[in-house]
Design a binder for this molecule. Structure first.
Ligand code: EPU
Length: 424
């Protein structure tokens, strides 16, 4: 078993560089199935979710190889199966993008999906409703989705009952090569939705309106390969490091980010009295440890991202006064609170709301990651705490952060990964 050993209490100082967006990459890689020409994709984050997608593509018959540590060559011309049902597929939520991509390529798809996960139920009913509207017959049996468009996919008008990143992107994947026009209304506006649209447009797709709540797609017959498309920076990785800098009374410049994508976070940090200097593609965060609490609600973009809620709650535990956090995207995203309270925080959770009483001095203890972002949050707590913390179940962190501890060490964190023997 691997764990992180963190000696807390050191102010983070210096420069840190953000990689490509995980949530864009897990959709962009399946999108390569929509062409028989090779694609060269830059700024691909080498995280375990991406490595799983690469393995799934290879199992389907694609050629994938790293050209350097962030450039990936993908050639799917030899893929001749629309069936992705092996174990890898059900190891990650993002594998649902294979349904849209395989439907777009072959007019049929059979994909095994994972069940619920710790942050919530994670239904995909709106994805499936979208595929049905495009003319596919969709069945879900024993956790496997079987979609079939015998007469090909046809453009349609689709209204999403709830704003969903996954449904917006998955329907986009299926619709780009459908016959005729598709309109998706009430869609998600996240930066990675725009990035997928830009990637597909670079392959010859005709998608307009990504980044607004109405996306219009004119179906095209063929897509060509993408040559040197660069994935956008990871907004959540950037936000995690920004919060870590503030929580450790540090002074860190986070490079390779898009400041506009960070506005919900920077506005809150400024409101709390934390130093924020924005540059063209970097943000400097500095703090002397004196900042006040605040209230926020997680919302789809451009609202405050749910994927930064746990990290922000750690910061609020260190802030002066009361804070309130409302989680409106996932019903179970406070799983880290129990661990954080063991470190000395005082957070009361009531359903999807949390009341945070600060400021509290945190102390290092043995911790377990309940999920990806909770793992990042507990790492921040351990960096800000006095004494030593041990963090287990770090496989969750590896799903979304490449060389997490290496990057943190680069700004002065005392953090090591070590292998320990287990009794089980
Ligand atoms: N929802 C439905 N039906 C659907 C789809 C979604 O009811 O068919 C609900 C969900 O239950 C949730 C809400 O709609 O309450 C929003 O879900 P969304 O579809 O936007 O989430 P997702 O696409 O499954 C992605 C990210 C998550 C991130 C959310 C919200 C990927 C692979 N995952 O999930 O990322 O929290 O958007 O921004 O892109 C993470 O990176 O840690 C992570 C969990």
């Amino acid at each position: 078993m691997k764990r992180l050993v963190i000696n807390g209490g050191k102010a983070l100082k210096g420069d840190i560089y953000v990689g490509g967006s995980k949530n864009a990459a897990v959709a962009i890689l399946p999108a390569t199935l929509l062409t028989e020409e090779p694609c060269l994709i830059e700024n691909v984050p080498n995280v375990s979710d991406v490595r799983i997608i690469i393995k799934i593509l290879k199992n389907l018959g694609a050629e994938c190889r790293w050209e350097d540590n962030s450039t990936l060559y993908v050639d799917t011309k030899n893929v001749n199966s629309s069936k992705a049902v092996d174990e890898e597929v059900s190891r990650m939520r993002g594998s649902y993008y294979l349904i849209g991509a395989l439907l777009g390529r072959f007019g049929q798809a059979e994909v095994a999906l994972p069940g619920g996960c710790t942050i919530g139920n994670r239904p995909i009913d709106m994805h499936l409703k979208g595929f049905s509207s495009l003319g596919a017959k969709v069945d879900e049996e024993y956790g496997t989705v079987v979609a079939n468009a015998e007469n090909g996919l046809r453009g349609a008008g689709i209204y999403l009952d709830k704003v969903s990143v996954g449904a917006t992107m998955n329907i986009m994947l299926a619709a780009v090569k459908a016959q005729g026009n598709t309109t998706i209304e009430n869609c998600a506006r996240e930066p990675h939705v725009v990035d997928l649209a830009n990637f597909l447009n670079s392959m010859g797709a005709h998608i307009r309106g990504a980044g607004t709540d109405v996306i219009k797609i004119r179906g095209v017959k063929e897509l060509h390969g993408a040559k040197g498309y660069s994935i956008i920076p990871d907004q959540i990785e950037a936000g995690t490091f920004m919060i870590a800098a503030a929580a450790t009374k540090g002074d860190v410049t986070v490079h390779n980010l898009i400041p506009r994508h960070m506005e919900a976070l920077t506005a809150k940090l400024e409101e709390m009295g934390i130093g924020v200097d924005e540059g063209e593609d970097e943000i400097r965060i500095y703090s002397n440890g004196e900042f006040r609490g605040t209230t926020f609600r997680t919302q789809p973009y451009p609202g405050f991202p749910t994927d930064l809620q746990p990290q922000m709650s750690v910061l609020l535990s260190l802030a002066n006064g009361e804070s309130n956090v409302y989680e409106s995207v996932w019903e179970n995203r406070f799983a880290y609170v129990q661990e954080l309270n063991r470190m000395g925080a005082q957070i009361e959770v009531n359903g999807t709301a949390a009341e945070i009483h600060g400021p509290k001095k945190l102390k290092g203890v043995g911790l377990r990651c309940p999920d990806l972002r909770a793992g990042a949050a507990l790492t921040i707590a351990a960096l800000a705490a006095s004494g030593k913390s041990y963090l287990t179940d770090i496989k969750y962190i590896d799903r979304g952060y490449a060389d997490f501890e290496g990057k943190l060490r680069g700004v002065g964190a005392d953090i090591e990964r070590e292998e320990v023997e287990t009794n089980d």
